[in-house]
Write a protein that binds this ligand. Structure first.
Ligand SMILES: Cc1ncc(COP(=O)(O)O)c(C=O)c1O
Length: 381
């Protein structure tokens, strides 16, 4: 998975090439499915990660961490706390940010309670409240444009109104949001946090790092809003999804969560080291991020030149695109047959859209060329 592999040449018994082969002449499609459907990295982590893994020793594998003897949860939480100017107690570690969301809900939602979540959002938000007998209240996003490209926007007036009307126990904002790719504007965020100050509010920043590596607001916000928790992960920007490691900054009223997430025998020591290595090599990741930005521009342009396709500006490693219904099923089949797997969404908020996770420069070009090729073949113009 992940690397384009040469397709072996296949000809019919007569020695003649099939119609399909003639059509694909000169194009190398991956031999195995290329998964551009779960916002995973196709580049992988910084090379230092592999170097470290080659020399992992018995101590790291067989012994618990003794970081508790230093009065901290872990060296990684301490490292993050120092980088951001926090007391280590306020930095939480977890098994990915999925786990943080689950723990927040399990700490603060009781049967019958409501959680406030975006309607156009990651499907898991919609499921998690039910694990505690809670229910969802959804707030809608609105559509607009940013620098000439269609863009989703948080509608803060509506969000505040719904919040006041429904009094949820937990509020979730995602920035950048999945699958729409939009960020919440900083003034809007402040206004919303002022309104929800007394309620546990989670900002899911799983896609932090793509397009912006801003951090300056983290400490002031956590100081100002005692019920705020800002969640991040090493899965996306740092390309370590397989190691399942996330972290969060928690405000001073969130002792229940702080205690609940604390593991007295420590965390996964290998993951913690990998997290530190990733943080030491941010410049390497920024270079990869720059390529994503270039590729997204290329993809917006390409889609806008195709009849009926609507790409949405994204600050993440994926992009949402609305696909004309007339060719959606055909395009899906065409891409599937060529091992190009993007996510054709089929849920209440998204019936005609697909979400494309970005791959390498070559993979992104291959995908876009293939979509253009399909449109030509079916004479879609
Ligand atoms: C918006 C959002 N939040 C959180 C996650 C979970 O990421 P992880 O548990 O790998 O940190 C995902 C994964 O796709 C996501 O899309």
């Amino acid at each position: 998975m992940g690397k384009d592999k040469k397709k072996t040449k296949k000809t019919s018994i007569s020695g003649k090439k099939s119609k399909e082969q003639k059509k694909n002449k000169g194009v190398k499609y991956p031999k195995e499915p290329l998964f551009l459907d779960r916002n995973e990295s196709q580049t992988g982590p910084v090379p230092e990660v592999y170097k470290f893994l080659k020399k992992v020793d018995m101590e790291l594998l067989s012994w618990y961490s003794r970081d508790f003897m230093l009065g901290i949860k872990s060296r990684l939480s301490k490292r993050i706390a120092d980088d951001y100017g926090f007391d280590e107690k306020h930095v939480l570690l977890s098994y990915g940010s999925e786990d943080l969301l689950k723990q927040i809900i399990h700490c603060y939602v009781n049967p019958g309670d409501k959680i406030l979540i975006p309607r156009e959002a990651w499907w898991y938000y919609k499921k998690v409240a039910s694990e505690r007998g809670g229910t969802n209240v959804e707030y809608p996003m609105k559509k607009g444009t940013m620098d000439g490209i269609p863009y989703y926007l948080y509608d803060v007036d509506t969000m505040i109104q719904i919040y006041n009307d429904t009094k949820p126990k937990v509020v979730v904002i995602a920035s950048p949001n999945n699958p729409t790719g939009n960020r919440i504007d900083s003034k809007d965020l402040k206004r919303f946090l002022d309104a929800t100050k007394d309620t546990v509010t989670m900002i899911d920043e799983a896609y932090w790092g793509f397009g912006s590596t801003e951090n300056e607001y983290v400490k002031p916000y956590i100081d100002e809003y005692p019920n705020l928790v800002i969640c991040r992960t090493f899965s996306k920007f740092f390309a370590l999804a397989g190691f399942r490691i996330g972290f969060a900054f928690a405000g001073k009223n969130l002792d229940v969560l702080i205690n609940f997430t604390t593991r007295y025998l420590g965390y996964n020591r290998v993951s913690e080291k990998l997290g530190e290595i990733a943080l030491d090599n941010i410049d390497w990741y920024l270079k990869i991020g720059k390529q994503y930005e270039k590729d997204k521009e290329m993809m917006y342009r390409t889609f806008l030149n195709l009849k009926g396709f609507v790409p949405f500006r994204s600050f993440a490693n994926f992009m949402l695109v609305d696909i004309p219904v007339e060719i959606r099923a055909g395009l899906k089949k065409y891409l599937d047959e060529r091992n190009l797997k993007i996510k054709f969404l089929d849920e209440d908020a998204f019936r005609t859209e697909a979400r494309i996770s970005l791959g390498t420069k070559e993979q992104n070009k291959l995908l876009m060329d293939t979509i253009v090729k399909y449109c030509k073949e079916v004479d879609w113009k």
